[in-house]
Design a protein around this ligand. Structure first.
Ligand SMILES: Nc1ncnc2c1ncn2[C@@H]1O[C@H](COP(=O)(O)OP(=O)(O)OP(=O)(O)O)[C@@H](O)[C@H]1O
Length: 357
């Protein structure tokens, strides 16, 4: 087992009568970058805090390197939590903020300074060692907070929405920095976010949570190309979700009066519908041999730069979103009120399961 491996076994967290985390099982490989992704209130911060030891698990076990840490206090776990608001001591400069825990642990002044400067260098803040928090920008404070979390050489670092307070430009910059630092140190990073873009950019493993359950654990590509449930497909965006009933011959999904052919490979058990990527649908102004026979009437066109979001509905009310490349759109711009014909390849369909695991 790789150093820094975290396992959650049937972990439950209850606050009074309400269950914030519902019997989740999860293994996070040592040395990987894991993002816990989901909407507000889905239980991701509670899960993170239970791993850190700042919240007790109501049921289940938390293992770090096969060692059961469920009942250990935070300091004895080998983890470090970086708080959302950075929580730097305002009366201490960057260096003293970073050395603080070493001082408590009785490390000599010389070693404290050397180790803290190494950490500040790692996060590109060595030139601000003497600066106080109120003299630093949000991004700089965050780097100091990261250095402070790393100073005790944790095997796992836990980050709760670390980029949410930064402006979009700094957020992207710090994202790159976080990935670089994780790769340089080779330790496990567990990062809570509600941004799928952030999770896709950073993670080796994305854990999508919803209402206290884990809906899917996969690589960013796996999540995007094969979302497991309608919730995942909807949350990450860029997909049409078509819900319907399986035809008696199991070769099509029946939606209202139409039957969408589906591949034989779909597991029919639990099938609640299909997802269809918006960028895998093509549009033509006249019917083609492979297009659906009835036209889609466009009700919305939104320019997004590299693509154009075109949405429309068939006469029976079924709506579809299409992402056209800006090149294709500029070639033959479609507009609200136009009738178009849509085509996709059967392989572009993805089965959706009806229930979370
Ligand atoms: N200390 C607490 N006491 C009672 N309920 C709590 C407590 N902490 C969290 N909860 C509840 O548990 C659920 C999960 O909260 P949690 O903070 O883990 O969600 P989250 O996905 O991290 O959301 P956010 O992104 O908004 O922080 C929510 O319904 C929340 O109201």
């Amino acid at each position: 087992m790789k150093k820094g491996t975290v396992e959650l076994i049937s972990v439950v967290k209850r606050y009074g009568d309400s269950e914030a985390v519902k019997k989740i099982n999860l293994k996070i490989d040592g040395g990987s970058y894991c993002c816990l992704l989901g909407p507000s209130g889905c239980g991701k911060s509670t899960t993170l805090r239970m791993i850190a030891g700042h919240e007790t698990a109501t049921e289940g076990d938390i293992l770090l390197n096969n060692r059961n840490v469920t009942d250990l206090p935070p300091r004895q776990r080998g983890t470090a939590l970086m708080f959302q608001n950075y929580a730097l001591f305002p009366h201490l400069n960057s260096l003293d903020n970073v050395t603080f825990s070493l001082k408590i642990a009785g490390v000599s002044a010389g070693e404290r300074k050397a180790r803290a400067l190494d950490m500040l260098k790692l996060v590109n803040m060595d030139q601000f060692a003497e600066a106080f928090p109120d003299q630093l920008s949000g991004g700089q404070q965050q780097r100091v907070a990261l250095a402070r979390a790393l100073i005790n050489q944790p095997e796992v670092i836990l980050l709760d929405e670390p980029l949410s307070a930064l402006d979009p430009f700094l957020r992207t910059k710090m994202r790159t920095e976080l990935k670089r630092i994780q790769q340089q140190l080779g330790i496990t990073f567990i990062h809570v976010t509600h941004s799928q873009e952030e999770a896709f950019a950073l993670a080796d493993q994305v854990v999508v949570m919803n209402q206290g359950f884990i809906e899917q654990v996969d690589s960013p590509q796996g999540i995007f190309r094969t979302p497991r449930t309608a919730f995942v497909a909807q949350f990450i965006g860029g997909h049409n979700i078509i819900e319907g009933d399986l035809a008696p011959d199991q070769k099509a999904l029946v939606v209202k009066d139409r039957a969408f052919p589906i591949p034989d490979t779909f597991s029919q058990e639990n099938l609640s519908g299909i997802s269809l990527r918006c960028d895998q649908i093509s549009i033509s102004t006249a019917p083609t041999a492979t297009s659906l026979p009835d036209p889609l009437t466009i009700d919305f066109v939104e320019y997004q730069g590299s693509y154009v979001h075109v949405r429309g509905a068939f006469q029976d009310g079924l709506a579809l979103s299409v992402y056209q490349s800006d090149h294709d759109w500029l070639d033959k711009p479609v507009k609200e009120g136009d009738a178009v014909y849509v085509t996709w390849c059967i392989d572009a369909l993805n089965p959706l399961a009806s229930i979370a695991p």
